[in-house]
Design a protein around this ligand. Structure first.
Ligand code: ADP
Ligand code: MG
Ligand code: MG
Length: 906
């Protein structure tokens, strides 16, 4: 069976075989050759040989084929391997199916021996020959013979110092010759043997080393992290050398067919004259730009013919590969060769622009465009940014306070507030605020809302601050351990810097950096158009690509996309981002507001039902106003409102001082307040007296909320609106709980209708967040209009720990293989997903028209969304800023399903 594939002179035996067998690099070389693109001839040993080699199979099975292919390379180049007069030199390059750092580095100039060096010198001079020789010794010594690379570097830098030059390019032939001798000594010292001087021995040494590198520790770690199967194996590419180091008419470089950061259709990249392969990335010399920019040093200006050829090949490659390409090229004596092509990595901005541009250019279909953009990449398009230059200047002038974990992308600056109350107060004066806390807790929500950015000095990426910030789409850095918040919140310290309340601070939630002072920020272009309306839509190409792509997504998705929004402002943002309704409005946030908390506490402290009703009567008009605002924003779109969920003690103060202050404000004794706090204390607040249980023990609370909803809906109807309230009962575990509270809702609705003469249509459903509810879904569904999976709590209760708890042990679990990943991040059939699937099926068996959605954080996670699509949910609901992500993910899920259907019928 054939295992070695020749490419060269316009023919490629491996064309069409693909990456699975030839690896990414080998497949690219074959395809380019077949397209007639100038590629130095060579051959690829397929990946299956690697697997055989790993099993101890040796390389004898391919020796014959390799010899044959090498002979063809000799004929194609007119040179011979090991020929002292006209030597063929080759590169040996690894290349797995997907690009995989950690594997063996490439070896250049292989075939150079004490005999062939003379031939090379005769062709192109001593300097060139010894430059190749020392590079080869260094690469082969380091990579195949495993001599510490540092030893070679030391010799080189000593030689540079001795000559007083900064670049290897300035070393003379004699210098290089001496260096080569020193390199040979180093090899002898480390291996106890002479450097191999037989080209065949060099070749097989290199091929074996590539295969062995597949199983080195670095490669294994990388594979584990990226879920690359160990049995894929790498291919080996052996290819005739072309020389970018043959003087000033030669060069080497890298190019992207479009700008990988903006997506603009403009060749992008850099090159170095008189250099070989690794020099461009090594950073020893500063590379030059490819296109003009008036520098006088660009490729376009210095080698216009090669540049024009590069542009021609760019078009050819994009037509053929139908995606943006990342190229490696070498110019030898003015002639351009391509050495590698692959789909280029890109930012979210570039991904969206390139995908939509390519549809317009007729290169790809809309469906392909959707598959080209990772949903998560869209987040980048919404986040504000610090201009790079200003940030670097600030760091250089010592303004860096520290670095934490980036927990909410974007750039924010504002005046420091150390408490949520101060943040709210300062924001109310129109000042941008950054809330700085050691850690945040539910009491900080209002402050987090008011703040432009959030910084915590403790906690990880699953801490309260991180989770809430993600949900709010807020810029956030957590766990910035270099920064200390002084006790009493009077200031913060970091190294030799100090800042007090009201001082400016800048937080980069994309990089995790925290800087003292006020850096300029720019809102993302998309937001400038959508929210601020400061930029006309037709002026922003980012915006038009973004909306175009999402319009294609909407045409393909089956899942509805709603948003979790508690306020009219959030609702407006959600609608602008394309939300089709509100999937979760949490009413407790309305209770925490400063103007209302007093009435809420009065209600909690009341001795009797009458006292509670009196306090609730104060809350009613405020709640009604909240809902009127929401209904106005949402128009005819459904609005799911969850009745009060948290346990009552969350509304009471806990710290001594706060208790004293609140008692005074409320004119009750401190003792009475403390007694209530004690009485309401719960061993496990997550599982306690809350949600629907509260609704059953304190029906007047839910009655008030429901009344507020219906009165607001009536008001909205009178304004000409068509509100669609969907009332959701939290934490239901039994049919009895649900039906008791549904009766309360129905009764209150009837009452309001009697009073106003205006009936309102509505739904009553439940959140499914208790495992029992998921299992008893068939019973609960009997009189229930909808289910909405609260997957945050469902995950907590299924796994028995919270997101925050998980931070301390999850990494160890994943490392040990006990859990494949964080169940709070993504869900599938092998965990909480099974409960979702069971509940959906059992519910719909009883009520085929049961509406089913999800409102946990998983509703904004692309992988979970694919699962929800498969289970047949009606909609997902996520934070407003994740709505575009969800729209795209839902479309991709629908397309993936169609693809599977197509391939299984084929
Ligand atoms: P990597 O996977 O790390 O990019 P490559 O195998 O692409 O490694 O090799 C790195 C660089 O070496 C290439 O970009 C190219 O500049 C140079 N190179 C590889 N093969 C040849 C060759 N046959 N002739 C000239 N340069 C080569
Ligand atoms: Mg490469
Ligand atoms: Mg809950």
């Amino acid at each position: 069976m054939k295992k070695v594939y020749f490419f060269g002179e316009g023919k490629a035996e491996g064309a069409g075989l693909g990456k699975e067998r030839l690896g990414g690099k080998g497949s690219g070389l074959a395809e380019m050759t077949a397209l007639g693109i100038p590629v130095p001839p060579g051959f690829t040993i397929e990946t299956s040989v690697c697997a055989g080699y790993a099993r101890g199979g040796g390389l004898d099975g391919v020796r014959g084929e390799v010899a044959e292919a090498l002979a063809r390379v000799e004929r194609a180049t007119g040179k011979a391997f090991g020929d002292p007069a006209n030597p063929l030199l080759v590169s040996v390059r690894s290349g797995a199916r997907s690009s995989m750092p950690g594997m063996m580095d490439t070896i250049l100039n292989l075939g150079l021996t004490s005999r062939t060096i003379a031939g090379l010198a005769a062709l192109s001079g001593d300097r060139f020959a010894y430059d190749c020789r020392r590079r080869f010794l260094q690469m082969y010594g380091g990579v195949v013979l495993e001599v510490p690379k540092h030893d070679f570097e030391e010799v080189l830098s000593a030689a540079r110092a001795e000559r007083g030059v900064s670049s290897d390019a300035a070393l003379s032939a004699e210098d290089l010759q001496r260096i080569a001798v020193r390199f040979e000594e180093i090899v002898r010292r480390h291996t106890g043997k002479d450097f191999p001087d037989d080209p065949q021995e060099q070749l097989w040494g290199a091929i074996g080393a590539v295969f062995r590198s597949w199983d080195n520790d670095r490669a294994k770690t990388y594979r584990k992290l990226h879920r690359i199967p160990g049995d894929w194996g790498t291919a080996v590419n052996v290819q005739a050398m072309v020389f970018g180091n043959r003087g000033e008419t030669s060069a080497t470089g890298v190019a992207f067919t479009r700008d990988p950061s903006t997506g603009e259709k403009k060749i992008y990249g850099e090159f170095l004259p008189n250099a070989q392969g690794e020099d461009v990335v090594a950073g020893i010399r500063t590379p030059r730009p490819l296109s003009a920019e008036g520098s006088g040093a660009s490729l376009e200006e210095t080698m216009p013919k090669a540049f024009a050829e590069l542009l021609r090949l760019r078009d050819l490659l994009e037509k053929s590969f139908r995606d943006m390409q990342d190229l490696e090229f070498t110019i030898e004596d003015g002639k351009l060769y391509l050495l590698q092509t692959r789909n280029g990595k890109r930012t979210g901005f570039a991904a969206v622009k390139i995908a939509t541009d390519m549809v317009e250019e007729g290169l790809i279909s809309r469906e392909e465009a959707l598959a080209r953009v990772e949903p998560e990449q869209l987040v980048q398009l919404l986040a504000p940014v610090f201009p790079q230059k200003e940030k670097e200047e600030a760091v250089a002038s010592g303004k860096l306070l520290g670095k934490g974990l980036p927990a909410g992308p974007g750039a924010a600056c504002g005046k420091i507030a150390f408490t949520a109350q101060r943040a709210v107060a300062m924001a109310a004066r129109g000042e941008p605020v950054v809330l700085v806390r050691e850690e945040t807790s539910p009491e900080d929500i209002a402050g987090m809302h008011a703040a432009a950015g959030i910084l915590t000095t403790r906690g990880g990426s699953t801490s309260h601050a991180a989770v809430i910030a993600r949900g709010m789409g807020k810029t956030c850095v957590v766990g910035a351990g270099d920064i200390t918040v002084e006790s009493g919140g009077s200031g913060l310290r970091a190294r030799n810097l100090r800042a007090s309340e009201g001082d400016w601070i800048s937080v980069d939630g994309t990089s995790g950096e925290v800087l003292l002072g006020k850096l300029p920020t720019r809102p993302s272009e998309v937001l400038q158009v959508l929210l601020e309306k400061s930029l006309p839509a037709e002026k922003s190409s980012v915006f038009s690509s973004f909306t175009l792509l999402l319009s294609w997504a909407d045409a393909h998705r089956r899942l509805g996309v709603r948003a979790n929004a508690d306020t009219p402002t959030d609702a407006r943002v959600a609608v602008l981002f394309g939300a089709e309704g509100i999937g979760l409005c949490r009413t407790e946030h309305m209770f925490f507001e400063e103007t209302r908390i007093a009435a809420v506490r009065e209600m909690i402290l009341a001795e009797s039902v009458e006292g509670r009703r009196a306090a609730l009567a104060k809350i009613l008009p405020m709640q009604r106003q909240d809902f009127v605002g929401l209904f106005r924003e949402m128009g005819e779109r459904p609005v799911t409102i969850r009745l009060l969920d948290p346990p009552l003690h969350e509304f009471l103060p806990h710290e001594e001082e706060a208790v004293r202050k609140t008692a005074a404000e409320m004119k009750v004794s401190e003792e009475r307040l403390r007694e209530r706090v004690r009485a309401l204390h719960e061993a496990n607040p997550m599982l306690g007296h809350r949600g629907c249980r509260l609704g059953i023990t304190h029906p007047e609370i839910y009655e008030t909320q429901v009344r507020a909803i219906f009165e607001a809906a009536t008001a909205a109807i009178r304004e000409g609106g068509k509100p669609r309230p969907e009332i959701m009962i939290p934490l239901v575990g039994t049919k009895g709980e649900f039906e008791r509270l549904k009766a309360l809702v129905d009764e209150t609705a009837r009452e309001v209708a009697r009073e106003t003469g205006q009936p309102v249509s509505y739904l009553v459903g439940t959140m499914i967040e208790i495992p029992r509810a998921a299992l008893r879904a068939g019973r609960i569904a009997e009189n229930c209009d909808f289910f909405s999976f609260g997957t945050n709590d469902l995950t907590q209760m299924t796994y028995g720990y919270s997101r925050d708890d998980a931070a301390s042990f999850l990494p160890a679990y994943i490392e040990a293989g006990i859990l494949p990943e964080d169940p709070f991040a993504s869900l599938d059939l092998h965990g909480v997903g099974e409960l979702v699937s069971i509940a959906t099926r059992r519910g719909r068996e009883v009520r085929p028209d049961l509406k089913v959605g999800v409102c946990g954080e998983h509703g904004g996670d692309p992988r979970s969304i694919e699962f929800f699509h498969q289970v047949g949910l009606d909609y997902v609901s996520c934070s407003p800023f994740r709505v575009p992500v969800a729209r795209l993910a839902a479309a991709r899920a629908a397309l993936a399903e169609r693809q599977v259907a197509v391939s299984s019928t084929a």
